[in-house]
Design a protein around this ligand. Structure first.
Ligand SMILES: [Ca+2]
Length: 553
């Protein structure tokens, strides 16, 4: 066989994508909420050194990339999503040297590093806002969105902010004008219509790209283009937060300029947008023609129930919206903004069934076609903490899923303090990294097993997905590429089922044994089930309720 002639090789984008897919299409990313990961200083708040200390664990687990929620300078009105300096580390978490060390140590282990970028708003304490609010003729006045309130002090329009559902405007005593905030009053919206704002935000991207980060998770980036008239929302939409409504053409041209900036850097940098529009087709538009965001988070699957029909719908919607434009899907079950899926799926379930669902969900998440994001702690099967009144931090009630990660079974759970900023999640004495690593039947090892399978099987990394209709309660799909194929079955119903796979009889008679279809169990989500099935042209087995299996061909 002669080597490929570089002058005649197919260099079309599709051919290159097949030969060498970008890391962000084949990776499994792991979201770290820095406050809650591990405290090394004794102040009860996780820090960058705590992340560094556990990089080896993430390598053992087998994820490929980490996404760090904000660690930037902030007064923490919204736990760091209110940024006072985009280009520095808050002393709570460390400093820039500490970040550089973390980045370098992650890269040494082959882990990509994605950081958060919060372009829609700043902290009220950002120096830009301090200038902007100081007078109506300040040079930075128009860096934010100022309007006159109504005659009786009413807000300039009927928009609703997205965390506590109050008005999206606050009147500032300094000048008597109101400023727009689609989130808390401590988070004034930047005015992206002003070219200097766009340029300044681009500079913050360059700052981190120059330092070597591999990508950005762009916070509510669909909000950077807004209706220039700031018109009222229609009466039937009043009260819905602006974050689920704002879908504007202005955003797309701004995303194209961001994409150009990022793609000009060497080394396959990427942007994933938090597009909090709860409609997959609207989310899809933010990929552009492969010239806007590289990836978008898509939230309908996160809100889908543990129910086969709901999952068929979100999977089919994803294919229908993304395939025609060649966009690559992403999958998320849990993050820092919503109750953990182990908590959501457990509602109304016995404890054993709840734990089984968390395990089945791991198999589902890591075998779908697209880039999965694991939220730190879900690999331990953690549920949300009960946070009593006096210990609550988040004005939007999202504390439970942000509980600290327990690293071992000691009272301090591997933190430098016994009193972290939020209470420990339930069962921290049993569900901690150290204890679960000693138990090869634990959910932690199940995550590790499926992550390893994903690395070794092209069908899972880059294969097509074909959904099968086997049984109303069973979510079934085949992943395949070339000669590699796997079948995933998830029983989301309330009963054990007998599943029977009839395979193509002509193919079964193929004289070449390599061409005969045969399915064996590669993995079951059920604790202790290893490999009971024999190779067979007809695969028939009992699928327990809340069991997910992966069959290999
Ligand atoms: Ca600390």
């Amino acid at each position: 066989m002669s080597p490929t002639d570089p002058n005649t090789a197919d260099r079309s984008p599709a051919a290159r994508k097949m030969a060498d897919p970008a890391w962000w299409t084949t990776c499994v990313a792991y979201q770290i909420y820095p406050r809650s990961f591990c405290d090394t200083t004794g102040n009860g708040i996780g820090d960058l050194a705590g992340i560094r200390a556990h990089l080896d664990h993430l390598s053992w687990l087998g994820v490929d990339a980490i996404w760090l929620s904000p660690f930037f300078t902030s007064p923490m009105a919204d736990a760091g999503y209110d940024v006072a300096d985009f280009c520095d580390v808050d002393p709570l978490f460390g400093d820039l040297d500490e970040f550089d060390q973390l980045l370098s140590e992650a890269h040494q282990r082959g882990l990509k590093v994605i950081i958060d970028w919060v372009p829609n708003h700043t902290s009220i304490e950002h120096p830009w806002f301090a200038e902007s609010r100081s007078s109506t003729d300040n040079a930075k006045r128009d860096w934010y969105v100022w309007r006159n309130p109504g005659p009786s002090g009413e807000p300039p329009n009927n928009w609703t902010e997205s965390l506590t559902f109050g008005p999206a405007w606050t009147t500032d005593d300094t000048t008597g004008q109101a400023y727009l905030h689609c989130f808390l009053p401590e988070q004034p919206d930047l005015n992206w219509d002003h070219p200097a704002v766009e340029a300044a935000l681009h500079d913050t991207l360059r700052f981190w790209l120059d330092r070597g980060v591999d990508g950005f998770r762009m916070d509510v980036v669909h909000l950077i283009g807004k209706d220039p008239d700031l018109a009222d929302v229609a009466p039937e939409l009043v009260g819905l937060p602006q974050v689920v409504l704002n879908n504007r053409p202005e955003t797309h041209e701004r995303l194209r300029r961001i994409r150009s900036l990022i793609d000009a850097y060497p080394g396959d940098r990427m942007a994933i947008g938090e597009i909090y529009l709860l409609d997959t087709e609207q989310v899809a538009s933010h990929y552009g023609s492969n010239d806007e965001l590289h990836l978008c988070f898509n939230f309908p699957p996160l809100f889908a129930k543990f129910d086969a029909e709901s999952w068929r719908t979100v999977m089919d919607d994803t294919v229908a919206s993304l395939d025609p434009i060649g966009a690559w899907p992403t999958w998320v079950l849990s993050n820092h903004d919503n109750p953990r899926h182990a908590t959501r799926y457990a509602k109304g379930q016995e404890p054993n069934d709840a734990a089984a669902r968390a395990r089945a969900a791991a198999v589902l998440l890591l075998t779908l076609r697209g880039t999965p994001f694991v939220f730190a702690g879900e690999e331990l099967g953690l549920t949300d903490a009960e946070v009593p009144e006096g210990r609550r931090h988040d004005p939007a009630g999202r504390d439970g899923c942000r509980a600290p990660i327990p690293w071992d079974a000691t009272p301090n759970h591997g933190w430098a303090t016994g009193t972290p900023w939020l209470p420990w999640p339930p069962e921290a004495t049993a569900r901690n990294v150290d204890t679960l690593r000693q138990d090869p039947n634990s959910i932690l090892w199940l995550y590790r097993e499926v992550l390893a399978l994903r690395r070794s099987r092209p069908a899972l990394r880059v294969g097509d997905l074909q959904r099968w209709d086997l049984h109303p309660d069973v979510l079934a799909f085949r992943r395949g590429t070339g000669h590699d194929a796997l079948l995933v079955l998830v029983n989301m119903g309330n009963d054990d089922l007998d599943v029977h796979l009839d395979l193509d009889p002509d193919a079964a008679r193929d004289p070449d044994p390599d061409h005969r279809p045969s399915w064996t169990m590669v993995c079951s989500s059920v604790e202790g089930v290893t490999d009971p099935a024999t190779t067979a042209v007809v695969w028939s087995s009992r699928l327990r309720r809340n069991e997910a299996v992966i069959l290999g061909q």
